[in-house]
Each structure stands twice: as C-alpha cells, then as structure tokens.
Design a protein around this ligand. Structure first.
Ligand SMILES: [Zn+2]
Length: 58
C-alpha cells in the first residue's frame, strides 16, 4: 500500500513524509474515517446505534 500524506496547512496530498512540497508545512498521514461512506459496516453500526438511542430515549 502506498503511503500518502496530507499537508496540514494547504491540504496538498504528497508522497513526501517530511514536508509539503507545495508550502513546506508538516504533513501527516490522513487516517481513513472510521465512518467512511464506503464502510458498509460503519453504516450498519450507525443504524444500530441510532436504533439503540431511540429505544433508550423512548
Ligand atoms: Zn502545504
């Protein structure tokens, strides 16, 4: 898997792990969202959680 980094300042994606080639700011590895739209299990968890919350608040 290719490691890609994202500039914390300008949002530039780069393969440079030390600094942004565009503005020189530090870059960080963007972590995939825990609730990614592509994550069908995340969607399932949201629905399950929502259902639980409705039941508990009712
Ligand atoms: Zn930058």
């Amino acid at each position: 898997m290719t490691h890609i980094y994202k500039c914390s300042k300008c949002g530039q994606y780069t393969l440079e792990q030390n600094k942004c080639p565009k503005c020189g700011e530090a870059v960080s590895s963007p972590k995939p969202s825990k609730y990614s739209p592509q994550d069908k299990y995340g969607d399932y968890r949201r629905k399950a959680k929502s259902k639980t919350q409705q039941l508990s608040s009712d």
